[in-house]
Design a binder for this molecule. Structure first.
Ligand code: GLU
Length: 471
């Protein structure tokens, strides 16, 4: 094993940060940080012109910092840009040509299909010994050794042997001289002194080719580790067309950065003791590349939400209040800015903290405090406002109007109204809850009503009574 570990994370900018990329980044980060002078190189694979947007790079950096990977950390190196080394990559292809390890080829796809009789067979070596020189339009192909085997030793998947004669003479530079992905990736890795390539399993098919390139350049191939695919509940590979995959979307919905970091670290790996929820610093120490699973990792959104609920409950109250602010203000809040009352929110914050799993849910737990009148939720109304609802509302309203305004007294008032109509407290609570808060579920009723205050509560009860009378 090389002395100083140098890993890399090599995203192709796409305008969003895929959770699979975040998982790869975290595993790389842990490996780098476990060694005192280990390095994590960030290399932006931006050779595709359309992917050269500066804001996408800042998006990558801010997503990384959300999951504990900070540019200011001594383990962090870069970012480097693949596009800045185009000359080096071209030079490398020409070197292989000069050394007889690559040759120019002018075969068209049609010709190849005609010769091999198939769309799917690899290149047949037609131009191997034709001695073609470079001309616009001629691709450069790597001359794969005729004999021997390439053994890819993967920490996660074990050693796999690829007979060299089964690896086609693959293209390393296109007809315009531009190096292709497998070449650029290997050249940059060598130049950056990468010792461990830890990346998604989708790159496995490139690996024997890349290893041959490392060897052709006289470099010692890296330690490979291909991380298992991440799948949804139908066991389909997560896809941006079908699934929510952007880390930014989870953050925007109110998943805490610590939750995401913790959860992503467990996609394909777990600490031996099964204690899943634990701080990043601990996970980083416990992580072992050797213990990563081969089988696909299920991205379980329900489990992620449960984790987030735990993280939310572990926040100090002030931290929770701060974290909620974003959703209590425009444009997220459904009330006009002037209607928000911090003191009222504070009065119910602790009750909400124990109930929500995702921060964006906060508005629906407290909107009734800041909107004019109870929010209208058709399903809740239909469920709670059955026969007898009007009587319970009238009788509760009368008692509350005359009583003290404390949660305890309010409860006693409703209990008395329930008894008067021969109802259990739970049954009697439903119409009152919907009349005041708009929904059948929410924060504890009496504490909520106490915070809302006498005037508004009684108004809302009157409004509901009026509505029921008119129905
Ligand atoms: N740029 C490649 C990607 O985003 C990663 C290549 C690699 O990690 O080797 O999929």
């Amino acid at each position: 094993m090389p002395d100083t570990i140098r890993v890399r994370f090599a995203p192709s900018p796409t305008g969003m940060f895929h959770v699979g990329g975040a998982r790869s980044a975290l595993f790389n980060w842990a490996v780098a940080r476990q060694q005192a002078d280990g390095k994590f190189v960030l290399r932006i694979e931006d050779t595709d012109e359309a992917r050269n947007r500066p804001e996408w790079v800042s998006g990558i950096l801010s997503a990384l910092s959300a999951i504990h990977i900070n540019e200011s950390d001594p383990a962090f190196e870069g970012p480097y840009f693949q596009s800045h080394n185009t000359a080096g990559q071209r030079e490398a292809t020409i070197r292989l040509y000069r050394e007889g390890k690559a040759y120019y080829c002018d075969c068209t796809r049609e010709e190849l299909v005609k010769r091999t009789g198939s769309q799917h067979l690899g290149y047949d070596g037609f131009c191997r010994d034709r001695g073609l020189e470079y001309e616009e339009g001629r691709a450069l192909r790597f001359r794969t050794p005729d004999t021997g085997v390439t053994v890819v030793a993967d920490v996660v998947r074990g050693a796999t042997e690829f007979p060299n004669n089964a690896i086609e003479d693959f293209v390393i530079a296109r007809g315009n001289g531009n190096p292709v992905f497998v070449l650029a990736n290997a050249v940059d890795d060598i130049r950056e002194g990468i010792t461990h390539v830890i990346r998604g399993e989708e790159h496995l098919s490139n690996t024997p080719k890349q290893q041959l390139l490392w060897e052709a350049f006289g470099a010692e191939p890296p330690v490979w580790a291909h991380l298992p695919v991440i799948v949804n509940e139908k066991r389909q590979k997560l896809s941006k067309r079908r699934d929510k995959v952007a880390l930014e979307d989870y953050l925007a919905e109110g998943y805490l950065p610590d939750t995401l970091t913790n959860y992503l670290m467990l996609l394909g790996w777990g600490p031996g003791d099964d204690v899943e929820i634990r701080p990043y610093a601990e996970l980083e120490k416990l992580f072992r590349l050797e213990d990563v699973n081969k089988s696909s990792a299920f991205f379980d959104v329900k489990k992620l939400a449960a984790f987030n609920g735990e993280y939310i409950r572990a926040l100090p109250l002030e931290g929770f209040i701060r974290a909620c602010h974003r959703w209590l203000e425009a444009p997220h809040a459904p009330w006009a800015p002037g209607q928000y009352d911090e003191a009222k929110f504070r009065a119910v914050a602790e009750l909400a903290q124990t109930r929500i799993a995702v921060l964006s849910e906060i508005t629906k737990y407290v909107d009734w405090l800041f909107l004019d009148g109870a929010p209208h939720d058709e399903a809740s109304w239909a469920k709670a406002m059955k026969a007898g609802a009007r009587d319970i509302l009238v009788s509760t309203g009368t008692r509350w109007a005359a009583g003290e305004w404390t949660a305890e007294a309010l409860k006693e008032g409703l209990e008395a109204a329930a008894a008067e109509h021969g109802l259990k407290l739970g049954k009697a609570q439903a119409p009152v809850r919907v009349a005041v808060t708009g929904r059948t579920v929410g924060l504890p009723l009496f504490e909520s009503v106490e915070v809302l205050g006498r005037e508004q509560t009684l108004d809302r009860i009157d409004t509901a009574v009026g509505k029921l009378g008119a129905e």
